[in-house]
Design a protein around this ligand. Structure first.
Ligand SMILES: O=P(O)(O)OC[C@H]1O[C@H](OP(=O)(O)OP(=O)(O)O)[C@H](O)[C@@H]1O
Ligand SMILES: Nc1nc2[nH]cnc2c(=O)[nH]1
Length: 181
């Protein structure tokens, strides 16, 4: 792995593919233990989580369902600012164990707006699994039940995460080089 250029910016290797896969397997194994018999519904948030969701799901040995949704941002009232709306969420969550799959919880804004909408449907449990989080960037504190890696507040690329549409296909995670932040 070496420094790569995407659009106008340079990125350096940060988490390798083997380390990523190992951690995701560990997360899945913990979920297998904790949620056995619950037939959880996994909800993967597109676009970024598609790789994490696919790799995580392969390691699940319990009965589980998965659904992929997109969160669209639209202008709410002045007091609420931008509000997220789920597109493609057809399942009834009442009484279900629900696991949200995110690639990254950064400021926490997305989850802080979305989780209350799901709570409204009265799931039995609402669980968050995120591959990455940036504690220093968190403005809206979110409880992450299953976490892959805590990372510094630097822009990341790869393994589902993009820079202006590119880089999602990289099997490892890169970090914007310091001088360019
Ligand atoms: O905690 P926050 O600061 O709200 O950031 C986290 C959100 O940002 C990313 O999505 P993004 O909006 O980049 O969309 P994408 O997954 O389609 O690239 C990520 O997948 C989260 O949904
Ligand atoms: N590509 C990318 N998308 C994000 N969305 C929230 N944080 C990030 C990040 O560090 N990188």
């Amino acid at each position: 792995m070496s420094v790569i250029k995407v659009h106008d910016k340079q990125f350096q290797p940060y988490i390798g593919a083997v380390e990523l896969q190992q951690r995701i397997k560990e997360m899945a194994e913990q979920i297998n233990k904790d949620l056995a018999g619950e037939r959880p519904l996994f909800i993967a948030i597109l676009n970024g989580s598609f790789m994490f969701a696919a790799d995580m799901f392969k390691h699940l040995t319990i009965e589980a369902e998965i659904s992929f949704i997109k969160l669209a941002s639209y202008k709410g009232t002045k007091s609420t600012g931008n509000v997220v709306q789920a597109i493609g969420l057809d399942e009834d969550l009442f009484g279900r164990t629900v696991v949200i799959l995110e690639d990254i919880v950064d400021t926490g804004k997305t989850m802080s707006q979305f989780l209350p909408q799901l709570e409204h449907q009265q799931p039995k449990k609402l669980i968050v699994a995120s591959l990455l989080t940036k504690p220093e960037a968190m403005v809206h504190p979110i409880q992450i039940d299953y976490l892959g890696f805590s990372v510094p507040d630097k822009f990341l690329l790869g393994y589902g995460l993009d820079y202006d549409g590119l880089g999602r296909n990289l099997p490892e995670i890169y970090q914007l080089v310091e001088s360019e932040k």
